[in-house]
Structure formats: C-alpha cells, structure tokens
Design a protein around this ligand. Structure first.
Ligand SMILES: O=P(O)(O)OP(=O)(O)OP(=O)(O)OC[C@H]1O[C@@H](n2cnc3c(O)ncnc32)[C@H](O)[C@@H]1O
Ligand SMILES: [Mg+2]
Length: 227
C-alpha cells in the first residue's frame, strides 16, 4: 500500500484534517505551503513526542507539501540495535493503523561506551538527568558522542519498513542553554561551539540528526509520487 496522493487546494484555504480526539494527547496535522492546486501526500506519523513533530514541521516547511497526521500509539520498543528497534516499531505501527505510516527513533551514542546508551537514551535521561549523563563519562577521556535519528517508513501491514538515518557528531558537555527538548543542553554539535539548546531552531534544523534523516525520507517519499 502506498501513501495517498490527493489533489488539494492551497493549505491556507484547505479544511484542517480531522483530529483524533478519542486518542491520547499527540494528535497533530501538518500542512505545508505550496502553490495551489497541489498534490498533498497524506501520511501518518506515529509519535508521542511533540518536540519531534515540531522539528519535522520546521524542517519540511520549505519543501514538497506533506499532510502529516501524527498520532500517539503505545508501541513496544524492543531491545536491539537502532535499526532493529526502528523496524519492529514501524511494522507494529502499520499493523495497528492498517496502512502506511512513519515512525522515528532517536539515539544518543557515547563513543567511550561503544555507542551506548544509543536507543535507550530516553531511560538514561529520565533516570540520571543532564548531570548524570555527564558523570557517566567521568572516567573516560573521550566525551565524543553522536546523535542518530532513524526514520522508518512502512507501506502497510506485512511490508518491510525502509529506514532513513541521519547522524550528527558532537560531544557531551555540562548543560548549557534553554533545556526544552530532551538532552539538547548537553550535546554540543561539532564545529559549532554550541549545544543544540543554545541554537536557534533554524540552526539546529540545518545540521541536526533529524534534519539529515528527514531529508532522505522526503526524497524517498517524493520518488513514490510518480509510481
Ligand atoms: O513516541 P516516540 O516517537 O518514540 O517518542 P519518544 O519521546 O519516546 O522518543 P524516542 O523513543 O526516540 O527516545 C529518544 C529520547 O531522546 C529525546 N530526543 C529525541 N530527539 C531529541 C533531540 O533532537 N534533542 C534532544 N532530545 C531528543 C527524546 O525526548 C527521548 O527522551
Ligand atoms: Mg519512544
């Protein structure tokens, strides 16, 4: 099953897509500006993370129109490599939805720990906080780290998900900047001298792990348009 492509008036004049009021918080609609009439790609983004959605919206803002209905489903995130985690989550999401969808998983990998915490960063951040993430590396000379974003696209139940990865290198530092999103204050991106939290959204969204993955996903989705 492919994502639906429909002729749609200019988003500013278009009716908003229906929200899924019965579900948990995290229902969003993404409308992107383009000349009218336009072809709008409708796709479900399964995530419970409002910050992820906000960034994806900002990253896609100048591109091809994509109407993205984001819904929050309680999906199992298995143990394994970032790719295994992404594939299983997306497969399950497509089964629950009964159609095409995308999911996203973000890992924060410490060089000194051979890539851990990786896909388990959410739990390390929750239990240890920014200071704890720094202290984990106290006994190691290298503070190098990389942020890894893995988007998965699944065409529908039974289809194999396709992955799109984006990586940004940097290092773990004591928290700096406004900490509105996860581990942003402790990740200093290479060659910038700034943590993600010290950057304007425009700067983060031009070099982030998420930007690099979304860019590949967008190219792939557009390639499906003509098929
Ligand atoms: O519903 P999903 O999409 O899974 O959302 P999530 O919040 O559970 O997200 P992940 O499973 O991918 O866990 C990644 C963790 O890293 C955090 N995170 C993700 N992207 C980030 C970014 O760009 N900057 C800082 N923290 C980020 C996020 O808040 C989580 O704590
Ligand atoms: Mg998650």
């Amino acid at each position: 099953m492919r994502p639906t492509w429909t002729s749609h008036p200019h988003p500013e004049h278009a009716p908003r897509a229906r929200s899924n009021k019965g579900r948990r918080a995290g229902n969003y609609v993404l409308h992107l500006r383009q000349q009218s009439p336009i072809m709008v790609q409708k796709l479900v983004f399964v995530t419970g993370n409002a910050n992820k959605l906000k960034e994806v919206r900002q990253i896609l803002a100048d591109g091809q129109p994509i109407e993205l209905n984001a819904i929050d489903l309680d999906l199992p995130e298995i143990q394994g490599t970032t790719q295994e985690v992404a594939i299983e989550k997306c497969k399950r999401a497509a089964e629950v939805i009964g159609g095409p969808c995308i999911t996203e998983d973000t890992a924060l990998c410490f060089e000194a720990l051979n890539g851990l915490p990786g896909p388990y960063i959410k739990f390390f951040l929750r239990e240890l906080g920014h200071d704890g993430l720094n202290r984990m590396l106290a006994g190691f000379p290298s503070k190098a780290a990389w942020a890894l974003c893995t988007f998965a696209y699944c065409a529908g139940p039974g289809s194999a998900p396709v992955l799109f990865e984006g990586r940004t290198d940097g290092r773990i530092v004591p928290a700096r900047g406004q900490g509105k999103f996860g581990w942003d204050p402790v990740f200093e991106a290479e060659d910038t001298g700034k943590t993600y939290a010290e950057m304007e959204p425009e700067q983060k969204n031009k070099l982030s792990h998420r930007y690099r993955a979304v860019d590949k996903l967008r190219t792939y989705l557009l390639s499906l348009e003509g098929q």
